[in-house]
Structures are given as structure tokens and as C-alpha cells.
Design a protein around this ligand. Structure first.
Ligand code: URA
Length: 260
């Protein structure tokens, strides 16, 4: 662990000269581990401290965050005696103790966040936080307006209470082997076991294919093929950790180059 002065750390991070860095601190734009940082001489540990400038993460956190495009055939677990796990797809990626945030069924594809940040995972999965999850559903049969209204209002899937109100949008109605199939975008705010499949089972249009498109602020990167992964960007990490603090421009590239 090596401690450095906050203004030196900012200058070393490319935010400008030491005096420009002091100005940012004076303006109250800095925080260290969630607390406002108002003294240029404050000592920080760039490896361990979470240092934000105007909502932008500057420090190199020792935690790891990956977006995986989960393919079918992999289980969302850290190990499994019978099937390959999603973690086997991240071989060689830095990070010990990585785990998937939540579960997608073995045959479900799409966005899976893999991290070693336990508190963040806890927050994203906690029923209290109602994080939106958006799915592309291919369903057997023609989904009707009544079905959509039912999905939106709440479906009795055999739990204590019906599912919470959801977003449901019919994307297209097609024919496959002379049978109707429907493509629906479903947004749910909870994560009951096999929830999407159970909801569509109840409306009588069983799921044929399921893919998660987004979770909270995190959206599956179109350029990731099934089985591929990439580290999250700083912006994606900040948006997940601090959903209500959009990035602002005070600590942006332009300022760093001294365009003040
Ligand atoms: N709902 C399901 O039924 N399966 C999943 O994998 C995710 C949500």
C-alpha cells in the first residue's frame, strides 16, 4: 500500500496540473470512499480507495467486473459436477473469487454480470431495489393484447403474490413451421425462480427461447458473441454502483487537457 497526496494522485491521473487539481478539490468535486474530499493534502491509496471526481471513478479498484454474453448450455454457478459453468468461459481473466450475479437458466442466453464485488451483487439482487431486467422472449403461439395486459398487471405463478407489474411489448408475430411464434420484450423488476418461463406458461404461450438484454443500467454489448466477455467500462461500473449520479463533464477529457 503506498499513500499519495490527493492532488498528486489527480495530476498523475491526467486531470491537469497540481493547481488545476487543487481547484477541482476546492470546488467539492472529489470524494474518497463516499466521503467528500476537500483537502489537497489528504492521503489516498490509489489501489484500495474509491476516488470519484464528479461521479467519475478514477482509482484502480482491486475489484473486477465483466460482462459475459452467456451462451446456452452453461450453468450460472461457480462449479458444477455435471455441466460447464459460466466461469469456465472467463478462464485467464484477472480476479479471484469471481461469481455470476444472479442466475440465468442453462438454456437462457444473454447478459450476465460476473464480479468479485459481493456488496454490489447483493444490492443488484436485493428484492428491495427492484432492478429492471429486460428479456427477449420467443414464445410458442400468438401472444394477444389480453396476454400482454395480463403480463403487465401481474400473473399468478404459484407464489404468495402475483408477479409485480411488468413491461410487455410485442415485437413481432411470425410463423415457424406453420405455427405462430411471438417475440416479446419483457421487463421485470424482480427475479423469482424461472420467472419468465412461468409467466409465459401461465398465459399458455411457453417460452421457446430466452435472452437477457439488460440488467439495471447495464445493457448487453451487441458486439459480444455468445461465449465472449469483456471488462465493464468505468462508466458502466459507476452507473451500476451509483444509479442516481449520472456522469458529469467537470472531470472529463477536455478539462484534463486544460481547456478550462
Ligand atoms: N426467467 C426464467 O424463466 N429463466 C431465466 O433464465 C431468467 C429469467
Amino acid at each position: 500500500m503506498s499513500l499519495v497526496r490527493l492532488d498528486k494522485f489527480l495530476a498523475d491521473s491526467g486531470l491537469g496540473t497540481r493547481s488545476q487539481a487543487k481547484l477541482l478539490i476546492k470546488k467539492g468535486l472529489l470524494s474518497v470512499n463516499g466521503a467528500p474530499a476537500l483537502r489537497p493534502e489528504q492521503k489516498v491509496d490509489p489501489e484500495a480507495d474509491e476516488i470519484f471526481c464528479d461521479g467519475r471513478l478514477l482509482s484502480h479498484s482491486s475489484l473486477h467486473y465483466y460482462m459475459l454474453h452467456k451462451p446456452a448450455g452453461y450453468v450460472s454457478a461457480t462449479d458444477d459436477p455435471t455441466a460447464p459453468t459460466v466461469l469456465s468461459l472467463l478462464k485467464g481473466a484477472p480476479g479471484r473469487g469471481l461469481f455470476p450475479v444472479g442466475r440465468l437458466d442453462k438454456d437462457t442466453e444473454g447478459l450476465l454480470l460476473i464480479t468479485d464485488d459481493g456488496p454490489l451483487a447483493h444490492r443488484l439482487l436485493s428484492p428491495r431495489h427492484h432492478v429492471d431486467k429486460v428479456y427477449l422472449v420467443k414464445a410458442d403461439g400468438a401472444v394477444t393484447d389480453d396476454d400482454l395486459a395480463w403480463l403487465r398487471t401481474g400473473v399468478d405463478i404459484g407464489e404468495k403474490a402475483p408477479t409485480l407489474p411488468a413491461g410487455a411489448k410485442l415485437l413481432s408475430l411470425e410463423a415457424e413451421n406453420n405455427r405462430p411464434v411471438s417475440f416479446v420484450e419483457l421487463t421485470i423488476h424482480e427475479g423469482k425462480f424461472h420467472q419468465v418461463k412461468r409467466m409465459f406458461q401461465v398465459i399458455g404461450k411457453p417460452v421457446l427461447f430466452l435472452k437477457r438484454l439488460s440488467m439495471g443500467s447495464l445493457t448487453l454489448d451487441d458486439s459480444l458473441a455468445p461465449g465472449a466477455f469483456r471488462p465493464l467500462t468505468e462508466e458502466e461500473i459507476v452507473a451500476l454502483k451509483h444509479p442516481k449520479s449520472p456522469l458529469q463533464s467537470n472531470c472529463s477529457e477536455g478539462k484534463r487537457k486544460g481547456s478550462d
